[in-house]
Design a protein around this ligand. Structure first.
Ligand code: GLU
Length: 465
């Protein structure tokens, strides 16, 4: 049974890179009918917060990346790490190191001065010295001194590192908290992870992790290190490039299915497919098709995808998403508070790229907006006052649907020797305050006769205001 995991450190929000890693792990498990495990790596006591954990859970939930087991918290598993550390000590694969911080710093200084790579020199590895009193030791792995570590990465291919490159890494810190490399190995082992799918910023840790596994006599999982994500300028993706937090995309009016689709295509592809569903992703997902080169984040393409998803999204759902945004824009969207927001969403959704834009575009359905000076000067000229007053009369009795309204506009234009837009534009500006809306007959139909006439009366009374 395939078992994958996502193992975020709760030191910040769920960002696009983490979400993509999570998505790949999730998709691989789902593809193979396996299990997806969520593990919170909260051993960095200074930087981990409950708020970040919650933010990560919210982000995963919003994206629909459901886990089958967990969330497990490493800080609740300390006794297990101690147990394994004791076992390694007993079996001679690990040792206690009493070197002080100052001592190690002095060692690094000397190495740097000599032009050497700073590394622990193994001074307590085989030491028979009497441990200094009052010093809490760390536990270090006895990394093999010779030979090399090789593994076949499912994305990168063969990776080989000489053991001489690796020093005796700390497994347990003096305070009893495991290092990342130790915690991750014990957890992946205990949780029977078959495929470790993670960012390639960890590829250098993998040989160390493999040496721990070997010391434990355990078999190795498969590894897939996913290349990083760059911004449009080729630099590592960061806040400079705009939103990198998953939840920020939700708040900016993106749909989760659009972000999932976009993240899936970020470094993975299935032929030329650009727009595909979660089900298709699960059907097609394959680690071999992950790109070896870094992916580039393209906010414009994400926007375009969101637009595609909006077009086909359910009107009532969009209305539900837009409602709080409309309320924040001073709109009363309730019973008696203007047209059915689902119908408004249906009318506007093809013209916008985000739910936020949808809300912006819907405001005039719920609030009587004042036209800009420019629109007033351009469209509400003295010459169109009489035709508009005439139109008001026709609208009072027109059949209230798009045809009936259009007929009233046509008849007015004909009676006053104007072209259709010569009537429709001033009408639009008076009723909506905007110079651009979907076709005005459909806008008025939704707005309703009563509200349309009320607005026209008010504007005509103060014409051209
Ligand atoms: N906690 C690590 C991180 O957030 C997990 C790395 C891993 O998947 O092994 O980078």
């Amino acid at each position: 049974m395939i078992r994958t995991r996502f193992a975020p450190s709760p030191t910040g929000y769920l960002h696009v890179g983490g979400a993509r890693t999570a998505l790949f792990s999730w998709a691989y498990a789902r593809r193979h009918g396996g299990r997806f495990i969520l593990r919170i790596e909260d051993t960095d006591l200074e930087r981990s917060t409950a708020q970040s954990t919650q933010g990560i859970l919210d982000g995963m939930d919003w994206l629909g990346l459901d886990h089958d087991e967990g969330p497990f918290h490493q800080m609740q598993r300390l006794s297990r790490y101690h147990e394994v550390a004791e076992q390694l000590l007993r079996e001679g694969h690990a040792y206690r190191c009493y070197a002080s911080r100052e001592e190690l710093e002095a060692l690094r200084e000397r190495q740097r001065a000599a032009g050497l790579k700073p590394r622990y020199d193994g001074r307590w590895r085989d030491s028979k010295a009497i441990p200094p009193a009052g010093v809490e030791p760390v536990v270090r792995l006895k990394n093999p001194l010779e030979g090399e570590v090789t593994f076949r990465d499912l994305v990168k291919g063969d990776v080989t590192v000489a053991n001489a490159e690796l020093d005796d890494l700390v497994l347990l810190r003096a305070d009893g908290v495991p290092t990342y490399n130790f915690g991750v190995v014990i957890d992946d082992l205990d949780m029977n992870i078959t495929h470790v799918i993670r960012g390639d910023d960890h590829v250098n840790n993998t040989p160390r992790q493999i040496n721990i596994l070997k010391a434990l006599g355990a078999s190795l999982p498969q590894y897939a290190h996913v290349p990083m994500i760059l911004g449009p300028d080729g630099e590592r993706l960061s806040k400079r490039h705009g939103a990198v937090s998953v939840i920020q995309y939700r708040d900016d009016g993106y749909l989760p299915e659009a972000l999932v689709n976009y993240l899936a295509r970020l470094g993975w592809s299935h032929g030329d497919e650009e727009v595909f569903s979660r089900e298709q992703l699960v059907e097609w997902f394959d680690l071999a098709a992950i790109n070896r080169a870094p992916a580039r984040f393209d906010p414009e393409k994400l926007r375009w995808l969101n637009q595609q998803y909006l077009k086909f999204a359910d009107d009532a759902r969009l209305a539900g998403l837009a409602r709080p945004l409309l309320e924040a824009r001073g709109c009363d969207v309730g019973a008696g508070g203007g047209p059915d927001p689902a119908r408004v969403a249906g009318l506007l959704k093809e013209r916008v790229a985000t739910v936020t834009e949808l809300a912006d575009a819907a405001v005039y359905f719920y609030r009587f907006m004042v036209p800009s000076d420019e629109s007033r000067a351009r469209y509400l000229t003295p010459a169109v006052r009489a035709p508009l007053a005439d139109l008001r009369g026709r609208l009072a009795t027109a059949t209230w649907d798009d045809h009936g309204i259009q007929d009233a506009i046509k008849a007015t234009a004909a009676a006053h020797g104007l072209k259709m837009p010569g009537v429709a534009m001033p009408l639009r500006v008076m009723v909506t305050g905007e110079a651009q809306t979907p076709s005005i007959d459909r806008v008025l139909e939704l707005l309703g006769r009563k509200e349309t006439l009320r607005r026209l009366d008010e504007r005509l009374a103060a014409y051209p205001a």
